[in-house]
Ligand binder design. Structure first.
Ligand code: GAR
Length: 181
């Protein structure tokens, strides 16, 4: 599959996918990267000579992606809402750092998720990878992994524990979808 990866932040999930591609963990190729801002994670695009676009404009994003025959868009820490136009044009998946539907929806993204989970003294959290539909964090779940967080002493501990599992889960899902594609 030809992949486009969308990011907004540090891009460690993007990095994990680039490494998986280099290791031939899957056969898919990351053809394009999109960010809504000058995100830190764009350094991985530059280092690996992958085409990228910084834009908040969906028409511009659609135009950019047209050249790369994209089969799947992977939202890897991409924060803006995805428009109908994009949803109707591409198959899109998203990675979320909790066991959806818990800690999903408005306001639950990135560190905010972990803060709420920590505050509630949860013993278990996890990772969800799901298809994207018009409703936030709501599409069909492809993979969910539970993580024991009973030993986490801080929000940072918790975020690190979840992120490690995210990196493993995302490449697994790409491999799984290759078979189905
Ligand atoms: C990840 O934890 C991802 O699950 C989360 O943003 C982080 C991005 O990290 N996504 C969401 O919260 C989406 N609702 P990264 O930029 O290092 O990959």
């Amino acid at each position: 599959m030809n992949l486009a990866v969308f990011i907004s932040g540090t891009g460690t999930n993007l990095k994990a996918l680039i490494e998986a591609q280099k290791d031939k963990f899957f056969t898919s190729q990351i053809k394009a990267i999109v960010s809504n801002k000058e995100a830190k994670g764009l350094e991985f695009a530059r280092l690996n000579h992958i085409a990228y676009l910084v834009s908040k404009d969906d028409d511009e994003i659609l135009e950019f992606l047209k050249d790369y025959k994209i089969d799947l868009i992977v939202l890897a820490g991409y924060l803006p809402r995805i428009s109908k136009k994009l949803i109707n044009t591409y198959k899109i998946i998203n990675i979320h750092p909790s066991l959806l539907p818990k800690y999903g929806g408005k306001g639950f993204y990135g560190r905010h998720v972990h803060e709420a989970v920590f505050e509630n003294k949860e013993k278990t959290s996890g990772v969800t990878i799901h298809y994207v539909n018009e409703n936030l964090d709501d599409g069909a779940i492809i993979l969910q992994k539970k993580v024991d967080i009973s030993g986490c002493k801080s929000v940072d501990d918790l975020a690190d524990a979840i992120l490690k599992i995210e990196h493993l889960s995302l490449k697994e899902v790409i491999k799984k979808l290759e078979v189905e594609n």
